[in-house]
Ligand binder design. Structure first.
Ligand code: ADP
Length: 402
């Protein structure tokens, strides 16, 4: 029987998971999700070839299906599906915020749990669900080591000046600072560059993580030196439904007009961005296909802000050696990549249109500088690798390493 690591990414209404074989560096065995927690949950799983392994409704004897019931369903499924083949030896969790203390993944102890709970006010829409995932596992398998892998960790230890807002220093000390997110994705790209383009990784690189959430990271030598998301997952680029950079005066204006904090939160997280501008969709594919004039405006604004932020991050880096596109839009939209690069001629950015159409690997002409790459992100493999590292180091000294 082989050892397996289960990676969990718990959201408000979903529990995404992957099973990794520890013996294969670590190799993906299956991935899937339980969606619709709290309403009508559905469980889907696929093997690494993408073939369906499960597609069913999730029920529980009490009728309630929250994170605990979802994890129980998943644990039973893994046990039945891989009986005699794999046994879970550790759980790796995506955790939104690690605060000042955690610049690396960590084993979750009762003390760590207390600290993670204290960070909830900084990320109220994400951290409580991540923590609910940890508690669900604790309830059913208290014997399993659990590891928290942080989205903020990759951005720790960058120059302090890039972490500040121009607010009183005591607020900075209290955590009102530009934390940065999508760190597991940036770690994935940094690690992949180390293998496929090690010289580029040592240089000045901007990674554009363009998904339904979107941000960019300026990296020097594979480490974050600045990023567009800041205190919350709202800042920087416009996203599917989130506003991106906004004058705080707008919030004061809306409060003055009688909107409540909860209404403003819904507006900024769920009704803005591409959806807000277009009134059509939060999906770039729909907007590119739409004939609505405001759909074109939404795409124009998205591209404009990406170009603008690449200019700012290039200034921070003192020049640019490489631009990497990743995540749903970055990996799949030839049109967005083409339009962004067309606006960066002043930086000598140039792409080979047939390579852009293929959409994988280096898409700039041979020898061109800056290089332009499309690299699929793999946050789950990063979580699995970090979990393996932490549990190996944290394992009791008796017995041989797993
Ligand atoms: P997240 O992980 O933040 O939920 P993803 O990285 O999976 O998001 O990206 C999802 C987004 O990717 C979708 O909202 C959609 O707009 C975009 N997307 C996926 N495929 C394409 C495509 N072929 N062209 C343009 N956009 C795409």
């Amino acid at each position: 029987m082989s050892d397996a690591i289960v990676v969990l990414n718990a959201g408000s209404s979903s529990l995404k998971f992957c099973v990794f074989d520890v013996g294969h560096d670590p190799g993906l065995v299956a991935r899937g999700q339980i969606e619709g927690l709290g309403t009508s949950p559905k469980f889907k799983a696929r093997n690494k070839q993408g073939e369906a392994l499960a597609d069913s409704a999730v029920t529980s004897p009490t009728g309630k299906v929250g994170h605990t019931e979802a994890f129980a369903h998943l644990a039973n499924w893994v046990r039945a599906q891989y009986a005699g083949e794999y046994r879970a030896v550790a759980i790796g969790h995506r955790m939104a915020h690690g605060g000042l203390k955690y610049s690396q993944a960590t084993l979750i102890t009762p003390e760590v749990m207390g600290e993670l709970e204290q960070l909830i006010p900084l990320v109220p829409l994400h951290q409580p669900h991540n923590i609910a995932g940890v508690k669900a596992v604790l309830q059913l398998r208290p014997d399993l080591p659990q590891v928290a892998c942080f989205d903020t960790a990759f951005h720790r230890n960058r120059p302090t000046v890039s972490e500040r807002f121009a607010l009183p220093n005591e607020l900075f000390e209290q955590g009102v600072r530009r934390w940065g997110f999508h760190g597991l994705s940036y770690q994935s790209i940094s690690s992949q560059l180390q293998t496929i383009a090690p010289e580029l990784r040592e240089g000045r690189v901007i990674v554009a993580h363009l998904g339904s959430g979107a941000s960019m990271c300026a990296m020097l030598g594979g480490r974050s030196v600045d990023t567009t998301m800041s205190f919350s997952a709202l800042d920087g680029l416009p996203m599917g439904t989130r506003c991106g950079a906004l004058d705080p005066g707008v919030i004061l204006y809306l409060l003055g007009r009688g909107m409540t904090a909860a209404q403003i939160e819904t507006l900024l997280y769920k009704k803005s961005g591409l959806l807000g501008i277009s009134g059509v969709s939060n999906d770039v594919r729909d907007l590119l296909a739409s004939k609505e004039p405001l759909a074109a405006v939404a795409i124009e604004y998205f591209v404009y802000r990406i170009i603008r932020e690449i200019g700012a991050l290039t200034a921070v880096l003192g020049g640019l050696d490489g631009l990497v596109f990743t995540a749903g839009v970055g990996e799949n939209s030839q049109v967005i990549r083409q339009r962004v690069c067309a606006g960066l001629g002043w930086l000598s950015i140039n792409i080979d249109e047939s390579a852009n159409q293929k959409g994988r690997g280096c898409i700039s002409p041979p020898g061109a500088s800056p290089q332009v790459w499309v690299i699929p992100t793999d946050e789950e493999s990063v979580i699995a690798a970090q979990t393996l590292e932490v549990t190996l180091y944290a394992a009791p000294t008796t017995g041989s390493p797993k």
